[in-house]
Design a protein around this ligand. Structure first.
Ligand SMILES: *Cc1c(COP(=O)(O)O)cnc(C)c1O
Length: 381
């Protein structure tokens, strides 16, 4: 059989390990949909929506085609459109900003806070335009954003908050669960997320019955009754097979997140001797449970890209989240925000490194990643 003395590569995420664990149950859930044949908004969608609303602790969950659509359709359901300005952090996945653009509104960026890399609400307050329509805090890497400060700013400005919870399934803030803190929240079920489908998927959670009702229309061509279209909408439903997959996985999410936190605790211990060169992104004081979608470190002194390629050469699938902040992307060149506009986000883009993290990782894997990191750094001295 295989040579046990040469261990294989360690990817950034390994989705196959999880499938092997729950294969029998997943196969039954998927076959069930195939046999019922209710492929569009079938019974598994409603079942998952009810279970997820219950898990997040909100009254309504509406399944849509992706996390990006969850953000964009939620903004529309909140009446955001052309002429509106929406506050977004400069360090996030580009979909947060694209969702604003998709509904005709304009993203307004603010820098992030250096210790947590989530929205810096004080910096945002200073940079705000005269008129603002909504705020999208991002629970980046699985860590709750500073929601007390965000909600205070929103109240001051009289605007609504849409949480980008695409990386934060199961994260808990001192004031409640992520996804239940704003007017609405958007989740992604992209395969690599903490709760991932086997394709694209997303959902909006809200306690607001009006927002939920508009979302049910918007995702289905503006219709909840066949051939009756009171408004214009889209084709953006959560796929029934994906809903069946998600309903099967959801009862395991808390345990998987617990495993992620245990792996990160191992990482933090193992990284201590490298303290002079490596700095871990901090857990904020308001964080009760970090979902650790990603475990992100920053290199204090070494060239990040050289470290990254050194790790790749050793079979360690480290990543970078994210290498280019929103304002420096070609897609947003028209913002006219050049280098130096958001220095904390730009500094993070140069120095962050995400180490492999998935629930099935072993303590031995963690040791191998940190050993490899130590070797790469020693070689670069
Ligand atoms: C993944 C992600 C999205 C987009 O979700 P998709 O399902 O891929 O469309 C949006 N925001 C953040 C922060 C994400 O990580």
């Amino acid at each position: 059989m295989s040579d046990t003395t040469t261990p294989g590569p360690i990817p950034l995420v390994d989705l196959r390990a999880q499938y092997r664990d729950i294969q029998a149950e997943l196969d039954v859930a998927i076959r069930d949909v195939l046999e019922r044949g209710d492929f569009i908004l079938g019974s598994a969608v409603e079942r998952f929506e009810a279970a997820y609303a219950d898990f997040i602790g909100v009254r309504h969950c509406v399944g849509v085609a992706s996390g990006t659509d969850a953000l964009a359709l939620a903004l529309r359901a909140m009446d955001i459109g052309p002429g509106d300005k929406v506050l977004v952090p400069a360090n996030t996945f580009i979909a947060t900003a694209l969702a604003v653009t998709m509904c005709g509104a304009t993203p307004v960026l603010a820098d992030v806070e250096p210790s947590t890399l989530t929205l810096d609400v004080e910096a945002a307050r200073r940079a705000l335009p005269g008129r603002l329509s909504a705020i999208i805090p991002v629970h980046l890497y699985g860590q709750p954003a500073d929601m007390a400060a965000v909600l205070e700013l929103a109240k001051e400005k009289g605007v609504a908050v849409l949480e980008d919870a695409a990386q934060a399934h199961g994260a808990v803030h001192a004031d409640g669960r992520c996804g239940a803190l704003g007017l609405a929240s958007a989740f992604s079920f992209y395969p690599g997320k903490n709760l991932g489908a086997y394709g694209d998927g997303g959902a909006v959670c809200t306690n607001d019955a009006g927002v939920a009702e508009r979302l049910r229309l918007l995702r289905n061509w503006g219709s909840t009754v066949k051939y009756l279209h009171p408004i214009q909408g889209f084709n953006s439903r959560l796929d029934t097979i994906q809903a069946a997959v998600l309903a099967t996985k959801l009862p395991r999410l808390e345990r998987w997140n617990e495993q992620r936190r245990a792996i990160v605790a191992d990482y933090r211990d193992a990284l201590e001797p490298l303290n002079a060169v490596v700095d871990c992104v901090t857990e904020a004081p308001w964080t009760v449970r970090h979902a650790y979608h990603l475990f992100v470190i920053r290199l204090r002194t070494h060239d990040r890209d050289a470290v990254l390629s050194g790790l790749h050469r050793r079979g360690i699938g480290a990543g970078v989240h994210y290498p280019i902040p929103i304002h420096l992307q070609g897609a947003y060149a028209d913002m006219g925000k050049g280098p130096g506009s958001f220095p904390v986000a730009e500094d993070a883009a140069r120095r962050v490194l995400s180490l492999p993290l998935f629930p099935e990782m072993t303590a031995q894997d963690v040791g191998r990643v940190v050993d490899a990191l130590g070797q790469v750094i020693a070689e670069l001295q």
